[in-house]
Design a protein around this ligand. Structure first.
Ligand code: NAG
Ligand code: NAG
Ligand code: NAG
Ligand code: NAG
Length: 471
């Protein structure tokens, strides 16, 4: 009798082994057949459930649709949107008012999705990444029920929508702003560092840390599989490219910078050289929210370091800190910075312009000789781009977006400076002041020229080059 027991187990395993392919076949084959009959040719679907949000991601969406409407006017454009409370006219009006992007209303339609609330993070206390990804899949399936397009473009980062539409036979394009999981996150858990996210108990406990790592790994595997499904992958900058290239292990990840609107900044008339010549004032400017990672403290230290050397050369120095204070913590930070400035004896050299209107910011930019930026590993740094457009000489931390994307020699010409330590920042400021107007004008000229890389024309060319691969 005892011999039958292994055979029961064997039967069970065999049954399961048969069941898996059977279930897959039962689900996937009909899915494929139905998709094939429903797929509409000459249609392009943008999966962007929050299309009416008015943020940076939406600028990319509308700019992309506009350039495609120009180049392929006979295609039909669809946007899967969860903004069920906004009509097509309202959404297009907002795109025009917010970004100045005019779309042809005759060949764009909105497909409204009712399940968007599923993807909102606050529903999921635990395993947020995983549940959000699955919710994204559910939302993609709702989209699939409404329309199977010839080309499917995920411009918001719902990774599991990619394999779903790949299986449905669409050509799949991903535009990634931000990787859902990054190698940094894996490293952090692995080395059990205590970072902003990991509570100290998790970092200390081996088991929990191991479990969390296993979960991240599992998710990374899922994410990797999803990434394989895309025909074309675009990212918004070098930082994202580095991560996506390694997590999705693909070599064909292209950078398509979001179109930056720097026109207004390019028109700012700089008076910094006049100020320097007539009043012997070196004006420094720092633009950015008063957040801890912006490292304003370093700016004060640098100011203290350059004050005396500049005085010896006959210059006064002023640092203007312009930026937003979002909440009470920011206010507290300003208070403590002011206190430190007093202790360092530089409070008279400081000018605060907090939460000021746009015109005042423009006035500050026009007066500034040097813009200083001290955040470490910023992903991009739109304020760096704006400062360069406004003819200030940029001095930024040698890391992140400023290093990889923005403050890079352009056609062999210097466009600004990068520094790492407090001493280096101070030295570079003295150097910029010493090297004279001619050299600074040269830097300004090339800096402004280099910004065409982030302009609308560059975006259109690069976007179309990528899309051509599937059209
Ligand atoms: C890319 O998107 C991320 C997330 O929204 C953002 O932090 C980053 O600044 C963007 N990069 C560029 C080049 O705009
Ligand atoms: C911390 O959590 C936020 C939100 O979930 C995420 O964007 C960020 O990348 C996380 N950072 C780290 C270091 O894990
Ligand atoms: C600037 O970047 C370097 C290297 O990327 C980093 O080590 C350093 O701490 C940063 N400096 C500041 C002041 O944030
Ligand atoms: C989101 C989260 O878990 N944050 C925690 C990360 O770790 C720090 C330090 O232990 C805690 O204070 C945070 O609450």
């Amino acid at each position: 009798m005892s011999e039958t027991e292994p055979s029961v187990l064997c039967n069970l395993i065999t049954t399961i082994l048969y069941l898996i392919p059977l279930t897959v076949a039962l689900l996937v084959i009909p899915f494929k057949l139905i998709s094939d009959t429903r797929r509409k040719s000459n249609t392009i679907g943008f999966f962007h459930p929050y299309c009416n949000a008015g943020g940076g991601g939406e600028r990319v969406l509308w700019a992309a649709i506009r350039t495609m409407q120009k180049k392929y006017p006979n295609h039909k454009y669809y946007v899967y949107s969860g903004d069920t409370d906004a009509t097509k006219e309202q959404i297009l009006l907002k795109a025009r008012q917010r970004f100045g992007i005019e779309l042809d209303p005759t060949n764009i339609e909105f497909i409204y999705l009712n399940w968007r609330s599923l993807v909102e993070a606050h529903h999921y206390k635990h395993f947020t990444m995983l549940f959000q990804a699955l919710a994204g899949l559910a939302l993609a399936l709702e989209a699939w029920c409404r329309l199977v397009p010839e080309i499917f473009i995920d411009s918001m980062g719902y990774p599991l929508s990619l394999p779903a539409f790949r299986m449905a036979g669409s050509k799949v394009v991903a535009y990634v702003h931000y990787p859902t999981i990054s190698c940094d996150m894996l490293d952090v858990v692995e080395s059990r560092q205590e970072t902003f996210n990991n509570s100290s108990t998790i970092a200390q406990s081996n088991l929990l840390s191991w479990a969390k790592l296993a979960y991240y790994r599992l998710f990374a595997l899922l994410y990797w599989l999803a990434g394989k499904a895309a025909h074309v992958v675009m990212v918004n900058g070098s930082w994202t490219q580095r991560h996506i290239t390694s997590i999705w292990s693909r070599r064909d990840v292209s950078i398509v910078y979001p179109p930056c609107d720097v026109e207004a900044f390019l028109n700012i008339e700089s008076v910094a050289e006049t100020l320097l010549e007539e009043t012997k004032t070196v004006r420094l400017l720092s633009v950015g929210q008063i957040r801890p990672e912006k490292n304003h403290k370093l700016q004060l230290e640098v100011l203290a370091d350059v004050k005396e050397p500049l005085k010896k050369k006959g210059y006064k120095v002023e640092l203007c800190i312009a930026g937003g204070c979002r909440n009470e913590e920011d206010q507290e930070r300003v208070k403590s910075l002011k206190k430190e400035a007093k202790e360092m004896g530089i409070d008279e050299q400081l000018v605060w312009q907090l939460n000021v209107p746009y015109e005042d910011l423009v006035a500050e930019l026009s007066k500034a000789l040097i813009s200083i930026h001290t955040m470490h590993n910023e992903h991009f740094g739109i304020s760096v781009v704006e400062a360069m457009a406004a003819s200030t000489v940029i001095l930024s931390n040698d890391s992140g977006g400023p290093k990889m994307d923005i403050v890079k020699d352009f056609e062999g010409h210097c466009v600004g400076y990068l520094s790492i330590t407090r001493e280096e920042y101070a030295e570079t400021i003295l150097k910029i002041v010493e090297e004279g107007k001619r050299k600074r004008d040269d830097i300004r000229k090339w800096a402004r020229k280099s910004l065409t890389r982030f302009g609308e024309n560059a975006f259109e060319t690069h976007w179309n080059n990528q899309i051509e691969k599937v059209l």
